[in-house]
Design a protein around this ligand. Sequence first.
Ligand code: PRT
Ligand code: ZN
Length: 257
Amino acid sequence: KQANGTIKIAIQKIGRLSEGSLELLKNMGLQFETYKDRLFTSCRNLPIDILFLRDDDIPEYVQDGVADLGIVGSNVLDERETSIQRLLPLDFGYCSLNIAVLEQSMLLSVNDLKGKRIATSYPIALARYLTEKKIKAEIVLLRGSVEIAPALKVADAICDLVSTGSTLRTNRLKVIEKVSRSQAILIGQNDPPEQKKQLIERLLLRARGVQEARKYKYVMFNLPKDALEKITKLVPGCKSPTVIPLNDPRFVAIHSV
Ligand code: PRT
Ligand code: ZN
């Protein structure tokens, strides 16, 4: 009976989203072990399996129902025609898809790209952007090492993800346009199986809880009693802070969210 109801969550095996994905699942209260080279692991405390996959495969796995939930960069979804649900942005894995050219290039904006060649691994997002801007340019599809295309004269510009910007700097490239932004996102099926709906809802609730909790801090400290009025204005808490008397009557402790 449990086998049917087991939820499968697909996350990236090795890469930029792995750590954030594992951290989220742990913070959601899932208890599991991870070992290098394992393709999946089962949770000890809930009927949940975690699958470790290449990020590019995750949308298909979710769409086909092999996985019930998945974590991918929204940029990966933007490149696909999959009918899946974007359930929750996860606030990690931030990057942006940018158009860049060699530092000494005369190309200064998207308008200068008419008739030029732009190398990218993200042809759909780029084509959409160019259409929007009414620019006709040639898209050169590369699967990797896009950043070296201008130096090799394979392209006049590139359109690639940037997070720290160090890859661009190393390759003497500068950004001239921002195409889109991306972050990790929790995805699910459009119409999940009936017997799984309840657990999926519960997991989503927990994921939202983890997201919410990240916005708050719980602080506690001691202070002289006569500073209390001033301090409560600074740390008002959700409703009002908890104030606890100390053994020394001149001081109190304050607890506040
Ligand atoms: O093996 P698998 O296919 O799973 O891994 P992958 O190599 O395809 O993925 P990975 O780990 O590189 O990226 C996974 C996801 O992380 C992407 O889909 C994005 O949503 C997100 N992400 C965030 C990034 C970056 N930042 C990023 N900077 N993905 C890729 N990059 C690349 C970029 O293409 C460029 O080559 O990193 C380089 C630039 O980085 P900076 O830091 O030098 O600017
Ligand atoms: Zn990939």
